[in-house]
Ligand binder design. Structure first.
Ligand code: SF4
Ligand code: FES
Length: 140
């Protein structure tokens, strides 16, 4: 999925947000409301918290819509599985790791190292979740 992205940066951290794959879970806004405020423009203000706190909050972004510079990435956990798939209650499948996503014809679909895949069938961005499961009150 070719997508647009926005970059926010300070001397401490660079943050990238990909609106096309944001599933509006608001983990970011709940985790660090001074930094991530959907009602403000720009909605990301990196001066409002320490870079470490921002990284921790971004680690909780379920879709991979938020990411930070690779130089700041966590050290690799050699015991971690290569791919982890988490079933979100009443929501998407969150896939993390090194994986390849392909369409029905076997053609590769562009992803980062995290993807939220629609489980409810209502997304307009299939195979990705777009948050529509909330408005249809999906249970599963
Ligand atoms: S998907 Fe990520 S960027 Fe989008 S609202 Fe949730 S935590 Fe924030
Ligand atoms: S699971 Fe989120 S839109 Fe379907």
């Amino acid at each position: 999925m070719a997508g647009k992205s926005r970059t926010y940066a300070t001397s401490e951290i660079t943050v990238i947000w990909k609106p096309d794959i944001c599933i509006h879970s608001e983990n970011c806004a709940h985790g660090l409301p001074k930094v991530f405020d959907p009602n403000r423009r720009p909605w990301v203000d990196l001066n409002e918290a320490e870079a470490g706190e921002i990284r921790q909050t971004i680690d909780n972004c379920p879709s991979g819509a938020l990411s930070y510079g690779k130089a700041e990435a966590k050290p690799a956990d050699t015991n971690a599985p290569e791919v982890e798939i988490n079933v979100r209650q009443n929501g998407p499948l969150i896939v993390r790791g090194e994986f390849k996503l392909t369409d029905a014809q076997g053609k590769a679909i562009e992803t980062s190292d995290t993807a939220a895949l629609c489980r409810c069938g209502a997304s307009n961005k299939k195979p990705f979740c777009d948050g529509a499961h909330k408005s249809m009150d999906f249970e599963g």
